[in-house]
Design a protein around this ligand. Structure first.
Ligand SMILES: [Zn+2]
Length: 426
């Protein structure tokens, strides 16, 4: 979610730079480093042999970011890449007894954010350091809070075709596999979304491969998705169960997931709503996670309602309300997530419908209608939807204006002071 809440969380703790204090016994090999640039940031991805225990800090005059990785060394094949974007040059060395140090010389003052990606089917552990220009970060945060972004962005929808590869999902009486239907519906939905102005879609899989559930929502978070949408086709023992249904995470599921996030070191090093929980004490981390999750569940409920209503206009729904369950795939703490059971693959009439490209287009069109209605009603800050809403209903923005802030506690040139000053004093 790139909503107001996450922006505030992000900037509120943006100044916290010390990450990872727990001791780990194992030595970590730094195997490779990839540098890439985006429109407003520079990303460094370190391939590492295990979960890194690291510290990240900034030094001025000249502007540098220093990364220390505990009990770590560089693999023999490691080559420092050339500078790119905000990274001018890069130096590596030893620090203290057996720690590795990487010094990033910056082209211009930049603010680092970092997180650790757990291994997936293709990669091992990765430490990601993103560099954002200092001035722009402050500027963006203020702009997004006042919903006056100059260049509106697309909302990003991550579409997750359920099952795949060795996991075929449910099978209909004519032998149709759920994994093929979910991929076909998802591709159709992506095609329709990408034709819309202000919207774009990414797929968690675009072929017949198996992807673990956690990796699916990780992909959505990496894509900075505004919405995660998992597509399935239902199954039931009797062939006459019918209709589409829409699911969201139960609050019980969210609570148990919160416990995991707080307990799991890898999760805590990851960003939630743009903020790393890793360096927060338990109470503060729990409050931040709760804030983010509460907003996310509420958003998931709204989008689920819209999609269910839109599906109800083209065919039967299984129940007249949004259902809740503890689905792993819906557990992102900061990306609104829903699961759509398009129809019953075990119902021969619906199996036939799911197998027809024309019917799938109608289905995808209804899901798109629901999503679009949601983003019109709740436009994410900085998006084209927000810009359109601001043009059509300027009075609506009145209530969102930032309150007057007391910035006395912060240096005049501290880009965090605008947002830091908004932390309610308890
Ligand atoms: Zn399924």
């Amino acid at each position: 979610m790139r909503g107001v809440v996450s922006k505030i969380l992000l900037r509120l703790l943006g100044a916290a730079l010390m990450l990872g204090a727990n001791a780990s016994a194992w030595a970590v090999d730094i195997q490779a480093l990839h540098v890439s640039t985006a429109a407003d940031s520079t990303r460094l991805i370190f391939d590492v042999s295990g979960p890194p225990d690291y510290k990240l800090f900034e030094i001025g005059n000249p502007d540098r970011v220093v990364l220390d990785i505990r009990a770590a060394g560089f693999s023999t094949g490691f080559a420092a890449p050339a500078g790119k974007g905000l990274l001018k040059t890069l130096r590596t060395g030893k620090q203290g007894k057996g720690d590795a140090r990487v010094v990033l010389d910056l082209a211009t003052a930049a603010h680092p954010k970092s997180f650790v990606l757990p291994p997936d089917s293709r990669n091992g552990y990765r430490l990601v350091v993103d560099l954002y220009p200092r001035d722009k970060a402050a500027h963006d945060a203020v702009k997004s809070v006042t919903a006056l972004a100059a260049k509106p962005r697309n909302v990003v929808i991550a579409i997750d075709p359920g099952h795949g590869g060795v996991d075929p999902g449910a099978t209909g009486s004519s032998g149709t596999h759920e994994k093929d239907i979910t991929l076909a519906v998802s591709r159709e939905l992506k095609r329709l979304i990408d034709k819309q102005s202000g919207m774009s879609a990414v797929l968690t899989r675009d072929d017949d491969t198996f992807i673990p559930l956690k990796e699916r929502y990780q992909k959505a978070r990496i894509a900075k998705a505004d919405l995660f949408l998992s597509i399935h086709a239902d199954a039931f023992a009797s062939g006459d169960a019918r209709g589409s249904s829409v699911w969201m995470l139960s609050s019980r599921g969210a609570t148990s997931e919160a416990a995991h996030w707080l307990a799991d070191r890898e999760n805590r090093a990851d960003l939630v709503g743009g903020v790393s929980l890793d360096d927060k004490d338990n109470t503060l981390a729990a409050v931040l996670l709760d804030l983010s999750q509460g907003a996310t569940l509420e958003a998931s409920g709204s989008v689920a309602d819209e999609v269910l209503r839109a599906l109800g206009r083209i065919g039967p729904t299984h129940r007249g309300y949004v259902e809740k369950a503890n689905f792993v795939v819906l557990r992102s703490p900061d990306v609104p997530s829903i699961l759509v059971e398009t129809a019953f693959i075990t119902n021969p009439a619906e199996e036939k419908r799911l197998s027809s490209p024309a019917q799938r287009e109608k289905l995808a069109g209804a899901i798109l209608d629901g999503i679009r209605n949601y983003f019109r009603a709740t436009p994410p800050p900085g998006s084209l939807f927000a810009a359109t809403a601001a043009r059509e209903k300027p009075e609506r923005l009145g209530g969102r204006k930032a309150p007057p802030v007391d910035t006395a506690a912060f240096a005049a040139d501290d880009p965090d002071r605008e947002i830091l000053a908004r932390i309610p004093k308890s």
